[in-house]
Ligand binder design. Structure first.
Ligand code: NAD
Length: 646
């Protein structure tokens, strides 16, 4: 049995304080269940004490410390010159890139143990596909050219200075940590798969491991920031590990959870709803929070930066994800009722009606086949686990119902496919359009598609063909292979690189991701809200930027919008032509090879053409309500959307 937690967590106490370092090393602390059965992901080089650190410790002159003494005896933090991100994943990479982009005076090092990932970050083929990310990375990683701009609407020419590179991706974990004034820990925190808490508790072994490396090598006065999503109390665990290795040094540990959503990561980072910083409510903690606040202050308005205590910050992240998921499950519950009522009730009408209520708002009210991805499920499990450990069983069950609803929604979807195809898929081909857990990302982790495919594969169809315009075939294959299918079921699954091959001779098409290509040919251009934002930025550039002595990256973004606003031609990612040309890939570049072999089809689906390619009865099971149902019906399709009671 895991140790029971105290009934309540006083603010100075936490789950992590169940650690009792005593005389053993942190590796052998066994009191906390977090510490068990988990692999050590520390780089081998971190096992030995750093020579540079030893030299620093030997040097008591204090010259190398960024901490400046102060009259009140509390540390004041010096100017931030170097930031290190540990973990170059979906969060670490984009967040570091945006921070570097807006703070050209700060050196930002992003380190990871995964050499392949780092290689990708250093190439033209980033490991993560997000709109606008390559441009941000190139600007900060490769620098930008100097430019004289003469733009329509501006009274005078604007000189843009050359920008030096300040973003480095590398595997040199120790070097980057040693240099850093702020260290963001952005490593993975999946759900535990074995041992105590398997299937519900967060596995923080990567955090522990990264912290040990940080503890051994960070310079005195470095601020440690947990960016990963973690159980409440993890900052205290980090603090305990730091104290164990460096008992004579006080480090401040902050919580700064990330709220970006994959698919819109750059937009979310550039214009965050809020930045949340949690710190100890001591003078040193508040000062450390102010330093991190300053880094974000380069582009985020002060009113959007919220500072709270560390535990509130950790808890807020879990609650935010759980409540977002809860909205999806709530509207999906309504969709099931609409379908069963059979009286013409349409969940989209219901969403529209309730979303107009200012108390509810319109976001996250789109019914669908359910939510997937690497975050919602694990964070709900994490929150429910905490509630259970606090003996709050009703609370835990309440949160877990969000997950049960989600599971039921995707099962119901698969059941409906089988039922509409006369109760059997034998001899039939099913086309799956969309595998990514949402549009705009190449992330396949815990995608809804894999669960639906598994349920359909149990029915032994002739073939299940999968096409996704954003995901690499190898990654789809890897996820499908993890689903626990038999060899015979796996043999029937084909991954294709264009929609035509996917739908050819299929009896049914299942749309599982909301890619805009699946809507059909009439996609429309920039939305009116995009145009409005562009106009606002252009107006601002015209009125303010020309008079400024120092042009910031925010100003440059506004100038880019000005060019887009005034230009009739398509301007691309770099309308000011300021980016340094990309270094050509080596001849043997596997990404170029795979890219040209796969050449994922970005062409919108032509439903009229699809109608001629499919077999009767031409079912479309629209799991994301993306197609125009009436239009498809007029082309001879039978269409079943989500929450359409007719
Ligand atoms: P990820 O798996 O994409 O990236 C984590 C990276 O950390 C990996 O590349 C791994 O190699 C590296 N790593 C692990 N241990 C390391 C060590 N000791 N030293 C150096 N590198 C190490 O994960 P992610 O999606 O970026 O998520 C990271 C954290 O952020 C998680 O806690 C997640 O819950 C949270 N989060 C994720 C999202 C999202 O949309 N993906 C959004 C908000 C928060």
């Amino acid at each position: 049995m895991p140790p029971r937690l105290p009934r309540s967590l006083p603010s100075s106490h936490s789950i992590a304080s169940t650690f009792s370092p005593g005389s053993s090393t942190p590796e052998s602390w066994t009191v906390s269940p977090w510490n068990r059965d988990t692999p050590d992901t520390s780089p081998p080089s971190s096992d030995a004490g750093s020579p540079k650190l030893q030299a620093k410790q030997a040097d008591d002159s204090g010259r190398i410390s960024p901490v400046e003494g102060s009259l009140d005896g509390q540390p004041r933090f010096g100017v931030v010159r170097s930031i290190c991100f540990v973990g170059a994943g979906f969060v670490g990479g984009p967040t570091a890139a945006v921070i570097a982009y807006h703070n050209p005076q700060i050196q930002v090092n992003v380190v990871d143990l995964n050499e392949e990932r780092i290689k990708s970050w250093n190439s033209a083929h980033l490991p993560i596909h997000e709109d606008g990310l390559l441009k941000v990375v190139r600007t900060a990683r490769d620098g930008a050219l100097d430019k004289t701009l003469v733009l329509p609407g501006l009274p005078r020419a604007i000189e843009l200075k050359q920008r030096q590179p300040n973003l480095v991706f590398s595997t040199r974990v120790v070097d980057a940590i040693e240099e850093a004034d702020i260290i963001f820990i952005c490593v993975n925190t999946p759900t535990k798969t074995h041992g105590i808490g398997a299937g519900s508790m967060a596995d923080v072994s990567a955090i522990e491991s990264a912290t040990r490396t940080v503890a051994k090598h960070a310079k005195e006065g470095a601020i440690i920031v947990e960016k990963s999503t973690v159980p409440c109390g993890t900052a205290q665990m980090i603090q305990d590990i730091l104290r164990y290795y460096r008992p004579d040094v006080e480090f401040e540990v902050l919580s700064n959870p990330e709220f970006l959503a994959e698919g819109t990561a750059v937009e979310n980072l550039m214009h965050p709803d809020r930045i949340l910083i949690g710190s100890a409510q001591t003078l040193a903690g508040l000062r450390a929070a102010a330093v991190v606040k300053d880094v974000y202050g380069a582009w985020v308005p002060a009113a959007r930066i919220v500072t709270v205590n560390t535990f509130s910050s950790e808890l807020a992240k879990l609650v935010a994800n759980t409540m977002l998921a809860q909205r999806i499950s709530s509207v999906n519950a309504v969709s099931a009722m609409c379908e069963e009522l059979g009286l013409g009730a349409d969940v989209e009408d219901v969403s529209l009606a309730i979303g107009k209520d200012a108390r509810l708002g319109s976001k996250f009210l789109q019914a669908g086949v359910g939510f997937g991805g690497s975050c919602f499920e694990k964070d709900i499990l994490n929150l429910a686990y905490l509630a259970r450990e606090l003996h709050l069983d009703v609370v835990a069950d309440y949160w877990l119902a969000v997950l049960r609803m989600n599971e039921d929604q995707r099962r119901r979807y698969a059941r409906n496919v089988v039922r509409e195809l006369n109760g059997s898929l034998r001899g039939k081909k099913i086309a799956i359009l969309g595998f990514a857990f949402k549009d705009g990302t190449n992330d396949t982790r815990n995608s809804i598609a894999v669960h639906v495919i598994k349920d359909l594969a149990m029915e032994m169809p002739r073939e299940i063909a999968i096409f996704d315009p954003g995901c690499a075939s190898a990654e789809i294959r890897e996820e499908v292979e993890k689903a626990g299918l038999t060899a015979s079921q796996l043999e029937r699954i084909k991954i294709l690189t264009n929609w035509r091959d996917c739908v050819q001779e299929a009896s049914a098409v299942c749309i599982l991701t909301q890619w805009k290509q699946f809507r059909g040919r009439k996609l429309g251009s920039a939305t009116s809200s995009n145009k409005k934002a562009r106009k606002l930025a252009a107006d601002w550039a015209t009125s303010c930027v020309a008079d400024k002595a120092d042009i910031s990256e925010m100003d440059i973004l506004a100038l880019e919008e000005l060019v887009r606003d005034k230009s009739s031609a398509t301007t691309g990612d770099d309308p000011l032509e300021r980016l340094a040309p990309l270094a050509p890939c080596p001849e043997e570049c596997s990404h170029c090879r795979i890219g040209s072999a796969e050449a994922h089809d970005q062409e919108p689906v032509d439903w009229a053409e699809v109608a001629g390619m499919m077999q009767e009865p031409r079912w479309v099971f629209d799991g994301r309500n993306v197609v125009n149902r009436l239009e498809l019906q007029s082309l001879g399709f039978r269409v079943r959307g989500i929450g359409k009671g007719f």
